[in-house]
Every structure is written in structure tokens, then in C-alpha cells.
Design a protein around this ligand. Structure first.
Ligand code: F6R
Length: 260
């Protein structure tokens, strides 16, 4: 696991952006796994800027999002489809047919989940999966207790996750109780994982992700076993890790992240 330390949220976003732009420039048909939430917003802003400056084109890119709320359709401003369109896809040249999100209003959830997995395989698998980190260690919407063998599936959202996401809605009662999420096994098959973590409130979760025993009770702990994980975290998110190991280089893997 490689840990890149960023000064702050902006630097974290820029380091991640540089890494993705480089991958997209160097690959004929890049396949990215994308996340929503607050954490990747700065990354998406940066990708749009790079596109507008003419530094990168997304015409060959395919994308697969981690998750979608059950019951929210494309035209719902709280759906992840809307989020992705608003925060990234509408501003770059990725063709619509190359964009994939789980279908939140599916009438045939099981079949659609199988189809989603198949589409990922047909695209050649995910090259780089961008992840955020839930306070309870969830990745995608795989809450504590989700089997490590899980594939794209319907999930019940933990009350703590609904509470954390209520800020995007008019109240917690508006937050859907279910979602469709890529499973943990699906996420782990990505060739590379880019975990972005920002802010003091994530410090404990990041520490646990790196140090707790690998257990389904803290889903992100599985990342310790993936062969190619890069964590880009800002100083606040790394505060507990640094406090534990000591600021001056106790953890050999922590490097200063470089933002071009
Ligand atoms: C979003 C997702 C979630 C978030 C996590 C952190 O697609 O899969 O796992 O990454 O809940 O959310 P933020 O970034 O809002 O703190």
C-alpha cells in the first residue's frame, strides 16, 4: 500500500487528478471505476479543468460507478446518475454509451446486477477504481458485515450512512434506505485502487483501514490485501496515523504527494 500525504483537500484532489489524467493519456481504452460523495468532487473539478485546457480527452474512457440509491431515477437531483452528470460527465467528452451506473429504478435487480458485472468484464475490468471511505469503513455501499465475496448487489444502508448523507437531502427521512452497490469482490478485482481520504472526521477510519485486522466488520480493511492500492490523504485525515507512528517518518510508506 502506498500512502501519499497531501497538504489539504485541494492538493489531494490534484494528485489524484494527475494520476488519472496520466493513465487516460497513456491508455487506448481506459476503464475507470468512480465514486460519488464529497470526497471526489475536487478531483472531478480538476479533470474538467484539464479537459478545458486541452490536456486530456475522455473520448475513449469507459466508466463504472460504484453505487446508486434504490428508488432514485436519472432525473432525481439526489441520484448518483445526476451527481455524475452534473459534476463531471456533462463537462467532458466521454460518450454517454461508455458511462455505466447501477440502475436505481430497476424492476429486475438481480438480473441488472449480473449484467453490471458482465459489462465490467466485457470492458476488460476496471483499471483504476476511485474510492472514498465511509466513517464505518464502508467502501461503495458495502456496510460492515458485507461478505468479502459479494458482487454487485442490493444493500440496506446503515443508519449512520443515511445520517452522514442526509446533508445532500432535505432531511434524513428523504435518504433512501437501500442502494445497489458493486460488491467487495468486484471492487477488489480492480487492477489498481485509489483511495481518497480527507478531513479530521475520517482520521479514525483511515487509521483502522490501515491497522485493524482484515475483517468484514470493517470492510475497507480488505484493501490491506490488494496488491496495488494508493491512498491519497490530507494531513487531517492522516492525523491519527501520524500520531501513532510519529510525524518523522515512522511509516515508511508515507510519501509527500506531488501535485504538478
Ligand atoms: C460513494 C460511495 C461511498 C463514499 C463514502 C464517503 O459512491 O461509494 O462509499 O465514498 O460514503 O463519502 P464522502 O466522500 O461523502 O465522505
Amino acid at each position: 500500500m502506498q500512502i501519499l500525504k497531501a497538504k489539504d483537500y485541494e492538493e489531494m484532489s490534484r494528485i489524484a487528478c494527475n494520476l488519472l489524467v496520466e493513465h487516460i493519456q497513456q491508455n487506448e481504452s481506459p476503464v475507470l471505476g468512480l465514486a460519488t460523495g464529497s470526497t471526489p468532487e475536487g478531483l472531478y473539478r480538476c479533470l474538467i479543468e484539464e479537459y478545458k485546457k486541452g490536456k486530456v480527452s475522455f473520448h475513449n474512457m469507459s466508466t463504472f460507478n460504484l453505487d446508486e440509491y434504490v428508488g432514485l431515477g436519472v432525473e432525481d437531483a439526489n441520484s448518483y446518475q445526476w451527481y455524475m452528470t452534473d459534476k463531471l460527465f456533462a463537462h467532458i467528452d466521454v460518450p454517454t454509451r461508455q458511462i455505466h451506473l447501477p440502475n436505481g429504478i430497476s424492476q429486475e435487480v438481480e438480473q441488472d446486477c449480473l449484467d453490471y458485472e458482465r459489462q465490467i468484464q466485457e470492458a476488460g475490468g476496471i483499471d483504476i477504481q476511485v474510492l472514498g471511505l465511509g466513517l464505518n469503513g464502508h467502501i461503495g455501499f458495502n456496510e460492515p458485515g458485507t461478505p468479502f465475496s459479494s458482487r454487485t448487489h442490493a444493500v440496506e444502508l446503515a443508519q449512520s450512512t443515511r445520517r452522514a448523507n442526509a446533508r445532500f437531502f432535505s432531511g434524513i427521512e428523504e435518504v433512501p434506505t437501500q442502494a445497489i452497490s458493486m460488491g467487495i469482490a468486484s471492487i477488489m478485482e480492480s487492477k489498481k485502487i485509489l483511495l481518497l481520504v480527507s478531513g479530521k472526521e475520517k482520521a479514525e477510519a483511515l487509521y483502522q483501514m490501515m491497522n485493524s485486522e482484515v475483517s468484514e466488520s470493517f470492510p475497507a480493511s480488505i484493501l490491506q490485501t490488494h496488491p496495488d492500492v494508493t491512498v491519497i490523504a490530507d494531513e487531517l485525515a492522516l492525523s491519527k496515523v501520524l500520531e501513532f507512528y510519529g510525524e518523522d517518518g515512522g511509516i515508511p510508506e508515507v510519501e509527500e504527494g506531488k501535485a504538478r
